[in-house]
Ligand binder design. Structure first.
Ligand code: G3P
Ligand code: MG
Length: 241
C-alpha cells in the first residue's frame, strides 16, 4: 500500500496557497488528500491562511485576528503568486468544506495556534466538521499539541496528527499517550526505526513537505502512510496514478 498523496495548502506549487484555485487544482490532479491551515478573524470566522498576518500572501498588512471577515475579504490573495490570480479572495473554511463535500479524500486541517491563540477555535472547528459531515474523513494537526489535546477531549473519535520538526526518539509512545492517531514529522526525520515503531504501535506517519521527485520516491519507499506535498501530481505519478 503506497502513501496517500496530500496536497499541501492545496496544489500550492501551481496556484496561490490556501486559495480556492489551489484546492480546485489539487482536485483536478486527482489528489487523495488536502492539507490547509486555519486562523480566526475578529468576528470569529474560520479562514484558511498559513501565516498569522496577511502580509506575505495578500496586498494588505496586519494580523488576521484584527480584521472582520468582510474586511479581510477585501484583499487580493492571488497577485503575490502570479498576476493571473489577481482578485482571488481568502477562503473561509466553510467555503472549502462546501467545495469538498462530495469528494472522498482526506482533509487535513492544521490549526495554527501560536504566537496568536484563538479562544474557542477547537469547539468551532468540531461544530463545522460535524455540520458538513467530515468526521470520518478529517484529521486535525497542529504544532501546538495542547490545542489537539483540547480538540480530542471535545471529540474523541476525530483523528489528530502531531506536527513536529525535531528528531524525536520513540515519538509513537508520546502519540499514544495523547490518544493521537498519527505523527506528522518534518520529512528529514523519516528513519527505519521510526517507521517500524509507528507500524508496531498502530500510529500513522504523514511527513511534510516533500516536493523533490527523488525525495518523494525515497519517502514513499520508506513505508509512510501519507505524503504532504506542494506537487500532488508528482507524488501521484510516483505511485503510477
Ligand atoms: O501540515 C504540514 C505542514 O503544513 C506544516 O507546516 O508551516 O507548512 O503549515 P506549515
Ligand atoms: Mg500547514
Amino acid at each position: 500500500m503506497m502513501a496517500l498523496v496530500i496536497a499541501h495548502r492545496g496544489a500550492s506549487g501551481y496556484a496561490p496557497e490556501n486559495t480556492m484555485p489551489a484546492f480546485e487544482k489539487a482536485l483536478d490532479m486527482g489528489t487523495e488528500g488536502i492539507e490547509l491551515d486555519v486562523h480566526m478573524t475578529a468576528d470569529g470566522e474560520i479562514v484558511v491562511i498559513h501565516d498569522h498576518t496577511i502580509d506575505r500572501t495578500s496586498n494588505g498588512k496586519g494580523l488576521v485576528k484584527t480584521f472582520t471577515l468582510d474586511q479581510i475579504k477585501e484583499f487580493d490573495f492571488g497577485s503575490w503568486f502570479n498576476p493571473g490570480f489577481r482578485g482571488i479572495k481568502i477562503p473561509t473554511l466553510g467555503e472549502v468544506l462546501e467545495l469538498l463535500k462530495d469528494w472522498e479524500g482526506l482533509l487535513n486541517i492544521e490549526i495554527k495556534s501560536g504566537p496568536i491563540f484563538y479562544e474557542g477555535i477547537e469547539d468551532k472547528l468540531i461544530d463545522m466538521i460535524k455540520e458538513y459531515n467530515f468526521e470520518d474523513r478529517v484529521i486535525f494537526s497542529s504544532f501546538n499539541h495542547y490545542s489537539l489535546r483540547d480538540l480530542k477531549a471535545i471529540a474523541p473519535s476525530v483523528e489528530i496528527g502531531l506536527l513536529y520538526m525535531a528528531g524525536l526518539v520513540e515519538p509513537y509512545q508520546y502519540a499514544k499517550s495523547l490518544g493521537a492517531e498519527a505523527l506528522h514529522p518534518l520529512y528529514y526525520n523519516i528513519v527505519p526505526e521510526l517507521v517500524e515503531g509507528c507500524k508496531r504501535n498502530g500510529i500513522k506517519l504523514n511527513p511534510f513537505t516533500v516536493n523533490d521527485i527523488k525525495e518523494i520516491e525515497m519517502i514513499m519507499a520508506a513505508g509512510v502512510d501519507g505524503i504532504i506535498t506542494d506537487y500532488p501530481d508528482r507524488a501521484l505519478s510516483v505511485k503510477g496514478n
